[in-house]
Design a binder for this molecule. Structure first.
Ligand SMILES: [Fe+2]
Ligand SMILES: [Fe+2]
Length: 465
């Protein structure tokens, strides 16, 4: 594991974003590597139409990040269609371009597991307000995606490429109904690339080619379609797309070879931006990632965590729930208690957080530390049932930061608790779920921040230990 205790960061931008793109794939319900494959496809199309230099680099990052806004409409999709947003999003990408296909999609998707009355009501609402709903969902996604790209310091060209991803060549797309050349070139290439990947992945190259031909002049720029059809005659193109080392191949492409390095401040911005992607998944987690990052930093500082490692700890804390992007919003936002199968999916977010964070080598052991935030000192936590000394100080810090924020924020099943109530609940978990030193550090940090603390909590805690 790399030692992050004294690390001063200079990480390649392409590698970091390629790693994070897997989080976008799980949000979209796509097979892992969808954004990487779209990047391979679209960058080749860009090269075929003569892009190079900064233009090709902007295209490359548009393709990797095209789904940055994908989490922002997930909750609304689950609410409107009474369904799992991830399977909805997955299946939405394979529906045909015609009205009848869209109609059939609504019938198939809406209220799959709901009773008939609720289902019919939901279908009726969608049929009545279909255009408005589609526009709302896409506009939310596009606007948020573009805003997050700007926050990550990408150019306006990249942001607009993401914003107009769902515009169609014939003007039938959303949110602005742009037409032809008025649609940013990167958006046109990104839309084409994602459809190629989805159809190639699920039905093979011939299906992808046929789908592109059938949507040419309607969804797709015919000039780009021709460029792709030339490319599709290359066996190397398809072999590369199917290769096990595709990520390495994408990272070896010209734009990535510019080796744009991320400094510490930029890495903070990228982590914070992805924290927003995570929090956008549910209306009940707004600001959660950022606050957990802040609390973890406050606690870690009081516990003497080294300055450089503290910065990485804050980033890891900010991203501790990145795996929730792979959990259905119908579960995350459920007001009642979860069924056993739903709990299995909910708990899986910790494992998925580890899978995503461990792709970024600079996190080192902090990837596991962040992903272990639901472990408990008494061994009854998840995903591994770790106990006592098996749980690192960094995990203990993130765990209490997460616990405190969960209590002091609104949840689907209850309103936010006061600082007093929250500390009282946490203090009862000392030695079971919560580390005593971390609790003292949290109380001290909150006091310094000006929270009106009930002295009784600290006293109660002191008696308890
Ligand atoms: Fe969590
Ligand atoms: Fe959390």
């Amino acid at each position: 594991m790399p030692d992050t205790s004294t690390q001063t960061t200079a990480l390649p931008l392409s590698e970091v974003l390629a790693s994070f793109s897997y989080a976008l794939d799980i949000t979209e319900g796509q097979p892992a590597g969808h954004c990487i494959r779209s990047c391979w496809i679209g960058t080749h199309i860009g090269l075929a139409v003569g892009l190079d230099g900064q233009e090709l680099a902007d295209l490359y990052y548009t393709l990797l990040l095209k789904d940055l806004g994908c989490s922002s409409n997930a909750s609304r999709i689950a609410e409107l269609y009474l369904t799992d947003d991830r399977s909805f999003k997955h299946d939405f990408k394979t529906i045909g371009a015609g009205v009848s296909s869209a109609f059939q999609f609504v019938l198939d998707q809406t209220g799959r597991n709901s009773d008939m009355v609720k289902r019919l009501k939901a279908i009726g609402h969608i049929m009545k307000h279909g255009g408005q709903i589609t526009n709302e969902l896409i506009e939310t996604r596009c606007t948020r995606g573009a805003a997050i790209a700007r926050q990550m310091r990408f150019s306006e060209k990249v942001a607009s490429g993401i914003h107009s991803l769902d515009e169609h060549w014939d003007g039938s797309g959303h949110p602005q109904g742009l037409q032809g050349q008025a649609i940013p070139l990167y958006s046109r290439i990104a839309l084409l690339s994602q459809v190629i990947d989805v159809f190639n992945r699920s039905r093979g190259p011939d299906a992808a080619v046929n789908e592109v031909i059938s949507r040419s002049d309607r969804w797709f720029d015919p000039g780009l379609v021709n460029a792709f059809l030339s490319l599709a005659r290359s066996e190397d193109f398809w072999a590369g797309l199917a290769s096990n080392d595709l990520e390495q191949r994408v990272l070896a492409m010209t734009p990535a070879q510019a080796r744009i390095m991320i400094d510490e401040d930029w890495m903070d911005d990228i982590a914070a931006a992805f924290g927003q992607v995570i929090d956008a998944k549910s209306p009940y987690t707004s600001g959660h990632s950022e606050r957990v990052g802040d609390y973890a930093e406050m606690i870690g500082r009081r516990l003497g965590v080294d300055k450089s490692r503290l910065r990485w700890l804050k980033r890891a804390a900010c991203l501790h729930d990145v795996g929730k992007l792979g959990v259905s919003s119908s579960i995350l936002d459920k007001p009642g208690s979860l069924e056993d199968e739903e709990w299995v999916q909910m708990r899986d977010h910790a494992t998925q957080s580890h899978a995503i964070l461990s792709r970024i080598s600079a996190f080192g052991d902090l990837a596991a530390a962040a992903a272990s935030h639901h472990e408990r000192l008494d061994g009854t936590g998840y995903p591994h049932g770790l106990s006592g000394d098996q749980i690192s100080l960094e995990t203990r810090i993130i765990t209490i930061a997460d616990f405190y924020d969960a209590l002091t924020a609104d949840r689907p099943y209850r309103a936010a608790m006061s600082v007093d109530q929250s500390l009282s609940i946490i203090s009862k978990e000392i030695g079971k779920a919560v580390d005593a030193d971390c609790y003292v550090a949290l109380v001290s940090a909150l006091g310094e921040r000006g929270e009106n603390l009930p002295g009784a909590d600290l006293i109660r805690f002191n008696r308890a230990v």
